[in-house]
Every structure is written in structure tokens, then in C-alpha cells.
Design a protein around this ligand. Structure first.
Ligand SMILES: NC(=O)C1=CN([C@@H]2O[C@H](COP(=O)(O)OP(=O)(O)OC[C@H]3O[C@@H](n4cnc5c(N)ncnc54)[C@H](OP(=O)(O)O)[C@@H]3O)[C@@H](O)[C@H]2O)C=CC1
Ligand SMILES: O=C(O)CCC(=O)C(=O)O
Ligand SMILES: [Mg+2]
Length: 414
């Protein structure tokens, strides 16, 4: 156990669940690998400016750096990727924000992002996808894309239960499947890796419940359960069936034309909320062709990962795709994208994704005025065609600016 490196700011107070948010909350942040060094300071500067402007000095965030990823290995030792004190800090200070963290492909460490979600049981990955006027998009009318993805964040193949082909454990599990479970369909048993995909009723229910509650609270028109239940009948098919059953048992939804689609009246607005489902492959073409038909999306972990980036592309790309990982106690905000290593340290990429993740964090804290300022200043900068490279390369007459200058352009427009 190494000496503690996290410095708790002397000014600032802890956020405590069930109590009002203090005016000077301590918010842990992980800078992140790759472009984390570029976007995280810009996010902090924009948030500080929005909070100062909105509350005239009455409220202020006390940022507390906590460490993970490559920076943690430099500070704590070569094998310490996710220090215990970082996990402890994210529990003690329950609202935090993080930059992206690298996960090697094939061998090497398992995802630290996934580990954090599992350790804190952050079962909802909430990723809103909306269009900002003026952003270049491959769609004729990108404003029709307005969805909120609720991605299950703790189960599915992200549980990381897998064994490498030709290892003793892979041989053992294959033998068990063949000898004791009657499995005959492993095409190349001698050279197969094996992965296991746990999907539970409890995990599905809490995620679908959160998605439907969101639809109720935000007057949304439908919740679509996206799955591949025709092929994976008990995991993805289970997700669909458990989701429908929960809509009926907890929200009083009634089948439409004999089901399986069902609907109920939103108790807050009296308007119908439809619960429907779509098979993931067909869904991916429909969100391009008929995006207006989809609203809140509830889906499994892997589908949600793919859908997040696909939908982000429809409204301009992952440079402005925000997200939140939420449990019943903790919230860790993070962008949808990764570390984009080729751009690291160049002050080049779009900080919008992490800034909009912080905007979600401010709204989560009830700091609506500061959150609104972030949205309006981003809209104003884009309307003035001041954008980073990702938008500039597709826009006529844009002024391309660096990552930090985009943040500055937002601050000037608050
Ligand atoms: N939550 C997390 O921390 C996540 C971590 N990762 C990890 O990140 C690493 C790199 O993954 P990779 O597949 O390259 O995916 P990335 O999301 O990091 O980058 C893919 C491409 O997306 C575009 N992009 C990403 N971020 C921005 C931004 N802020 N502004 C503008 N464009 C952006 C760039 O496109 P272009 O080349 O067209 O300019 C970039 O090359 C991997 O180790 C992966 O595991 C991935 C996703 C999430
Ligand atoms: O953990 C990672 O490296 C990738 C995770 C990811 O792509 C996501 O959560 O969207
Ligand atoms: Mg992803």
C-alpha cells in the first residue's frame, strides 16, 4: 500500500447523499490518458467560469485530483493502474468526473473504465444524443436525432469472463461444456477462446426501471428495448422479456394490440409512453433512416457501446458525445469517446464531449443555471462557426481553433 497522494482541498465540503448539495462541493476528477491532458483542464476552466457567472461567487467547485491509468502508474508504481485511494475517494465524494483511460487490445490490463463501473456498481451508462444547430452531420436532418441511451453497465461480456484459446482453462471449460452440458456446436474446440455473457433479471430490471423513470420525469414518448434476442435467447431475449414484464408490473403498462409492445399514461403529464423493442441490427439502420421514431433507448452493455458511437456520429461525432455512469449512490461523469492517442498533448481535439459531461454533472447537482450557461455558450460558439478540427473539416467558412481556444470561446460567450 503506497503513501496517500490525493490531497483533499482545505476549502470545500463533501457531497452527502440525501442532503442538499453544498455551495462549495469537493469534486474528484481523473485527468485521463491520451487526450485527457488536453480536454480535462479545458472542461474545468469552462465549468468554473459557468459556475462563477451563474452564481456570482456564491457557489464554487473545489476540484480534487485523483489518479488512474498511466498517471497512476507514474505516481504509485508501475502496476498500480487504479489505486485503492482513488476508488475510496470516488465513494467518499460521490459525484466525480473522469477523462478517458486506455485499454490495450488483446493482452494487458483489463479496462479501468469498466473496473470503475463495476467497483462502484455504476449500473446505468446514460448517454444523451442531441443535435446542436450548425454542426456538420451526415444526415439530411440531424435535428430528428434526439435520444437518450440507457446502457446496462455492469454485466454482459464486459464482465470479462473469458479464457484464451489453447489455455488449460479454455480446454477445461470446453471439456465441461461438451461432456456435462451436451454442447456439440463448438466448431473448432481445440483452438477456441471462450467468453461468458452473464445477463440477469435483476440487472435488467434496475436498468430498464431507470430508463422508464427517466422517460416519465422528462416527458419522453417511448422507451425502446434494443437486443439481439432472436439469436441469444436467454441473455438478450431475457433482457427484452424482463424489460416488458417490469414495464407492466411496476408502471402499469398494458399490451398494445396483443403485445409485446405496451404503453401507459405518464402520471406526471397524462401522455402515453410506449414501451417497444427492436432487434439491434434492424435498430442500427432505423436510427439512420427514421431517427424521429426513437426516444429513450434501454439496452445491454455491448449493444450500448456500439449504439453510443453510431448515434454520436449522426449528430456530428464523438467529439461532443457526453455521458454519465450512475448508481443509486454514486455518479461518475465521462465522455463517450476514448483517449484518441494520436492527438494526445496537441491541444487539438474537441473538448465538447467532456464539457457536456460536466454539464450533465451540474444538472445532476441541481446547478441548472450553470448547466444552461454551458449549453448556451456552446451553441453560441458553434453558431459563430468557431470549432475544433473535427467540425471544421466538414464545415464551410469555419474558424478552426485549438481545444483550449474552443473552451475560451465558450467562456467569452457566457
Ligand atoms: N471511457 C473511456 O475511457 C474509453 C476509453 N477508450 C479507450 O481509448 C483508446 C483509444 O480508442 P479508439 O478506438 O481510438 O477510440 P477513440 O474514441 O479514442 O478515438 C477514435 C476517433 O474518434 C475521434 N475522437 C475521439 N475523441 C475526440 C474528440 N475529443 N474530439 C474530436 N474527435 C475525437 C477521432 O477521430 P478522427 O481520427 O476522425 O479525428 C479519434 O481518432 C482505447 O484504448 C480504448 O479502449 C475508448 C472508449 C471509451
Ligand atoms: O474501457 C474502454 O477502454 C472502452 C469502453 C468504451 O468504449 C465505452 O464505455 O464506451
Ligand atoms: Mg465505447
Amino acid at each position: 500500500m503506497s503513501a496517500p497522494l490525493i490531497k483533499v482541498p482545505s476549502e470545500g465540503q463533501k457531497i452527502v447523499a440525501g442532503q442538499p448539495i453544498p455551495d462549495n462541493p469537493i469534486i474528484p476528477f481523473i485527468e485521463g490518458d491520451g487526450i485527457g491532458v488536453d480536454i480535462t483542464p479545458v472542461m474545468k476552466a469552462v465549468v468554473d467560469a459557468a459556475v462563477a457567472k451563474a452564481y456570482g461567487g456564491k457557489k464554487k467547485i473545489s476540484w480534487m485530483e485523483v489518479y488512474a491509468g498511466e498517471k497512476a502508474t507514474r505516481l504509485y508504481g508501475p502496476d498500480v493502474w487504479l489505486p485503492e485511494e482513488t476508488l475510496a475517494a470516488c465513494k467518499e465524494f460521490p459525484v466525480s468526473i473522469k477523462g478517458p483511460l486506455t485499454t490495450p487490445v488483446g493482452g494487458g490490463i483489463r479496462s479501468l473504465n469498466v473496473a470503475l463501473r463495476q467497483e462502484l456498481d455504476l449500473y446505468q451508462c446514460v448517454r444523451p444524443v442531441r443535435y446542436f444547430k450548425g454542426i456538420p452531420s451526415p444526415l439530411k436532418d440531424p435535428s430528428k436525432t434526439d435520444m437518450v441511451i440507457f446502457r446496462e453497465n455492469t454485466e454482459d461480456i464486459y464482465a470479462g469472463i473469458e479464457w484464451m484459446a489453447e489455455s488449460d482453462n479454455a480446454r477445461k471449460i470446453i471439456k465441461f461444456l461438451q461432456d456435462e452440458m451436451g454442447v456439440k456446436k463448438i466448431r473448432f474446440p481445440a483452438t477456441s477462446s471462450i467468453g461468458i455473457k452473464p445477463v440477469s433479471r435483476e440487472g435488467t430490471e434496475r436498468l430498464v426501471r431507470a430508463a422508464i423513470k427517466y422517460a416519465v420525469d422528462n416527458d419522453r414518448r417511448s422507451v425502446t428495448l434494443v437486443h439481439k434476442g432472436n439469436i441469444m435467447k436467454y441473455t438478450e431475449g431475457g433482457f427484452r422479456d424482463w424489460g416488458y414484464a417490469l414495464a407492466q408490473s411496476e408502471f402499469g403498462a398494458k399490451p398494445i394490440d396483443g403485445g409485446p409492445w405496451c404503453s401507459f399514461k405518464n402520471p406526471k403529464t397524462g401522455r402515453d409512453i410506449v414501451i417497444k423493442d427492436a432487434i439491434a441490427d434492424a435498430f442500427l439502420q432505423q436510427i439512420l433512416l427514421r431517427p424521429a421514431e426513437y426516444d429513450v433507448i434501454a439496452t445491454l452493455n455491448l449493444n450500448g457501446d456500439y449504439i453510443s458511437d453510431a448515434l454520436a456520429a449522426q449528430v456530428g461525432g464523438i467529439g461532443i458525445a457526453p455521458g454519465a455512469n450512475i448508481s443509486d449512490v454514486y455518479a461518475v461523469f465521462e465522455a463517450t469517446h476514448g483517449t484518441a492517442p494520436k492527438y494526445a498533448g496537441k491541444d487539438y481535439v474537441n473538448p465538447g464531449s467532456l464539457i457536456l459531461s460536466a454539464e450533465m454533472m451540474l444538472r445532476h447537482m441541481g446547478w441548472k443555471e450553470a448547466a444552461d450557461l454551458i449549453i448556451s455558450s456552446m451553441e453560441a460558439a458553434i453558431a459563430d462557426k468557431i470549432v475544433t478540427y473535427d467540425f471544421a473539416r466538414l464545415m464551410e467558412g469555419a474558424t478552426e481553433v485549438k481545444c483550449s481556444a474552443f473552451g475560451q470561446a465558450m467562456i467569452e460567450r457566457m
